[in-house]
Design a protein around this ligand. Structure first.
Ligand code: AMP
Ligand code: ZN
Length: 467
């Protein structure tokens, strides 16, 4: 498996620190509002990478933080006249609902800044003790000049950076490139006690502390959007490596941006959308499928037309799968010799899929492999196929869909009847209609309706969904 490592600027063979285990840290959202469509990309991409690693047999320890101390949260809390905690907890819950909608597996741990203050203060103290940080009037800054490797992730040179930096008027820092680790409170802001002042941490320190606490000094994968390379991830490296005296992360993975109508998304351009606004018109699974249809490092453009085409593509996969379920409900018996050969031949789609995913998680090509197995099923599986053959092909297709987190069929909620039962009843209804037993056909429609399933007769066959 090859992964593109931002640190070395090349694709490298993935070799975990410990055989069979992957320690993965993904920078999470700042929770002052619903997550936006851009935030959905790292959620889906790194979840897919995790799923693929799990499929390959790795045990993945997946940590994603919530930044619940931030100026924007404080500002919103003041506007609403509530405590910051009310805002952050509200949007943590909403982000979790969106992640669930996108079929993102829950993280092993979702640490929050407000619950990690002791570790944050301890690491800042270590950095001071080791000569990498200094205090000025209750603030603590990281001394970037003290860390020889500063700039290694982003490829920036510290002297160039310094020459280009604007010097603020009330500069208390030694160098404009030094960044804040702790800052004293301002009137009305939430604060915590520390050896330097009543205040709160700067943004970067939280991820160094959480990664160390939940995963260890050195981790396998650190991930986030490409905007985080500098300064956030560069600063994380400076903090962690100076404090721990060990390399921080072996592989750095960054997703490209989602643009809207070919422009950078921004509130002032009026092309800014929360995921919640989007899913009023486009289902979550189509958003996920859309995100997977491009390579994660390339920028992708979000537009109504592209979403519609993603929806049509996903429908093709779902229809092929539903038709397999339908045939499976009627078929009987074991594989013929020809079917056994075809079944073996169908393994090529898994091979094609793995080849794509092994090449730096090329989900676009992996999706193509699913389209191809769907086409194969449409051509080679029929009402005359044996049950074992239909099942085998259906399971092969499902395995690939699962890795990408695509559900080719809606899952029944607890109280609902299963998709298989629905397909069986629909098969019975079709047979009844053929035999002109319309009373029975109507009764089945009624039964399905009472069980929360709506059906629709279309030229392509019967379509159904849970109510
Ligand atoms: P934030 O809440 O802005 O810190 O972002 C949370 C995650 O979403 C980070 O990994 C960002 O890099 C990522 N992100 C933000 N905007 C976009 C975008 N337009 N496209 C892709 N990823 C983004
Ligand atoms: Zn981070």
């Amino acid at each position: 498996m090859k992964v593109y490592n931002t640190l070395t600027r090349q694709k490298e063979e993935f070799v975990p620190l410990e055989p069979g285990k992957v320690k993965m840290y993904v920078c999470g959202p700042t929770v002052y509002d619903y997550i936006h469509i851009g935030n959905a990309r790292p959620y889906v991409i790194f979840d897919t990478i995790r799923r693929y690693m799990e499929y390959k047999g790795y045990e993945v320890n997946y940590v994603q933080n919530f930044t619940d101390v931030d100026d924007k949260i404080i500002k919103k809390a003041i506007t609403e006249g509530v405590d910051s905690k009310v805002i952050s907890e509200r949007y943590i819950e909403e982000a979790k609902k969106d992640a669930e909608g996108l079929n993102v597996e829950p993280a092993t741990k979702n640490p929050k800044v407000t619950e990690e203050m002791d570790g944050i203060i301890e690491m800042i103290q270590t950095l001071i003790d080791k000569g990498h940080a200094y205090e000025v009037n209750g603030s603590v800054f990281y001394d970037t000049k003290s860390f020889a490797d500063y700039g290694k992730l982003s490829g920036k040179n510290i002297d160039d950076l310094e020459a280009g930096a604007r010097i603020a008027v009330d500069e208390t820092k030694k160098s404009p490139m030094d960044f804040v680790l702790w800052k004293p409170k301002k009137e009305g802001e939430p604060y915590w006690e520390s050896p330097w002042s009543q205040g709160r941490p700067g943004w970067h320190i939280e991820c160094s502390v959480m990664a160390k606490k939940y995963l260890g000094d050195t981790i396998d994968i650190h991930a986030g959007g490409e905007d985080l390379v500098f300064p956030h991830h560069e600063n994380e490296i400076a903090q962690s490596e100076a404090a721990n005296g060990k390399p921080f992360a072996k592989y750095w993975l960054h997703n490209g941006f989602i643009n809207v109508d070919n422009k950078k998304m921004s509130k002032s351009l009026g092309n800014f959308f929360t995921l919640r606004e989007i899913v009023e018109h486009i289902p979550y699974d189509v958003v996920r499928f859309f995100i997977l249809s491009g390579h994660y490092r390339s920028p992708i453009n979000f537009s109504k037309e592209l979403m519609e085409s993603a929806g049509a593509g996903l429908d093709r996969i779902k229809n092929a799968y539903k038709s397999l379920l339908f045939m499976e409900s009627k078929a009987q018996g074991t594989m013929t010799e020809d079917e056994a050969k075809l079944n073996e031949d169908a393994d090529k789609f898994r091979v094609q899929f793995e080849k794509a995913m092994d090449d730096d998680f090329n989900t676009a090509d992996a999706v193509t492999a699913i389209f191809e197995i769907a086409k194969f099923a449409n051509v080679n599986v029929s009402e005359n196929s044996s049950k074992d053959f239909v099942t085998a092909i259906r399971e092969k297709m499902l395995t690939l869909c699962d890795i990408l987190g695509i559900k080719p069929i809606e899952e029944a909620k607890d109280e609902q009847i299963s998709a298989n039962e629905v397909e069986a009843l629909i098969a019975e209804r079709t047979a009844a209609k053929k035999a002109k037993d319309f009373a029975r056909a109507d009764a089945i429609r009624e039964e399905l309706s009472s069980k929360g399933v709506v059906i629709e007769d279309t030229r392509a066959g019967v379509r159904w969904s849970y109510k």
